[in-house]
Write a protein that binds this ligand. Structure first.
Ligand SMILES: Nc1ncnc2c1ncn2[C@@H]1O[C@H](COP(=O)(O)OP(=O)(O)OP(=O)(O)O)[C@@H](O)[C@H]1O
Length: 320
């Protein structure tokens, strides 16, 4: 577990890069730090990893202040993934993945078998890639090696700074999908930095929107979209709002507003299907859904009317 408590940091020019920041992240959770360039995201990660020391406040990992941790303990507990991967160019893929276990003085056989197992998991064939150098790999492959290196010593915490930032849009989407499905990550405490709104909503259990070193709002996708704390948050999400709303609302969320009693027709969608996927399905076939024993027929109009009614209720009453 990570706890950041009233942390501030300024650099030589005086203005606070991070200003009275407080949050907690639990195991199994991915907190995304999202914000404009220069809002203090990277500075926050670097303080958690003790690459920078806060001017004020304190950071705790599993209840212990990072100020009192040795570099070995931090390395064992924290995997760090960078945008440009930070791979050592003169080390092979296998050597790069083995760096932290070696520093922790694991025996050679254990290091090798862990590194090879991670390569398999991340879909990098050990036969083809174990002994090549980073510059012989594509961007997506380098990113996977960077992730394997961060995971090598099985740290309970993962800090990721724009991990998919250097990839082209298509590779980015596919590497992101693979990342989401990795069972290695299930129980980890993850903080991921990005300025990509879509990425934040896809990967974050909670999202922390920052501006000028301060938290503007921290919450789930639905909270940020439907109960924005201020104009900054509202405007920050405006460009992608419709898509984000459709992706974050599931049929079960808008169920009371769905006016479509009817017979089972076409495909049957689970009530956990989001509205975006529902619309996509509706372009191809008729559809219905069941929730708590009730069945409803779906079509585009019914769906959009239900979303509008849901939003109206949330904006008036704060809850649907
Ligand atoms: N080592 C440093 N020396 C001086 N100023 C710094 C240093 N590191 C960061 N800053 C300043 O602190 C502020 C926050 O920077 P930070 O890198 O944390 O932002 P960020 O949100 O990660 O931005 P980006 O998305 O562009 O990477 C910026 O104004 C930046 O110029």
């Amino acid at each position: 577990m990570i706890k950041v408590s009233h942390v501030s940091k300024s650099f030589s020019h005086g203005k606070n890069a991070v200003n009275d920041l407080s949050f907690e992240v639990q195991p199994g959770e991915t907190l995304v730090l999202l914000g404009t360039s220069g809002c203090g995201k990277t500075t926050t990660l670097r303080m958690i990893n003790r690459l920078l020391v806060p001017d004020q406040g304190e950071i705790f990992i599993q209840g212990k202040s990072v100020n009192n941790e040795t570099p070995e303990t931090l390395r064992r507990n924290i995997g760090y993934v960078l945008q440009n991967t930070g791979l050592f160019p003169h080390y092979t893929v296998l050597e790069n993945i083995s760096v932290v276990p070696q520093l922790l003085q694991w025996d050679k056989a254990r290091i090798r078998s862990r590194a090879l197992a991670l390569m398999e998991k991340l879909r990098l064939s050990p036969f083809s890639y174990a002994h090549v150098y980073p510059q012989q790999l594509s961007g997506g492959q380098q990113q996977r090696v960077g992730l394997a290196r961060a995971l090598a010593a099985d740290p309970p915490i993962l800090l990721m700074d724009e991990p998919f930032g250097a990839l082209d849009p298509l590779t980015r989407i596919s590497v992101r999908k693979e990342f989401k499905l990795l069972d290695e990550l299930n129980s980890k405490t993850i903080i991921l930095v990005t300025h990509d709104v879509e990425e934040a909503f896809e990967l974050g259990s909670r999202i922390c929107i920052m501006n000028e070193g301060r938290i503007q709002q921290m919450g789930t996708a639905a909270e940020l979209l439907f109960k924005p704390a201020n104009d900054f948050v509202r405007h920050f999400l405006d460009k992608q709002r419709l898509e984000l709303e459709l992706k974050s609302l599931r049929l079960r969320d808008i169920w009371p507003y769905l006016d479509g009693a009817g017979s089972m027709n076409g495909i049957l969608l689970s009530a956990d299907t989001n509205c975006w996927d529902t619309l996509e399905n509706l372009t191809q076939d008729k559809a219905s859904s069941t929730f708590r024993g009730e069945e409803k027929h779906l079509d585009g109009n019914t769906l959009m009317n239900a979303i509008t009614a849901y939003k109206k209720t949330v904006s008036q009453h704060g809850d649907a």
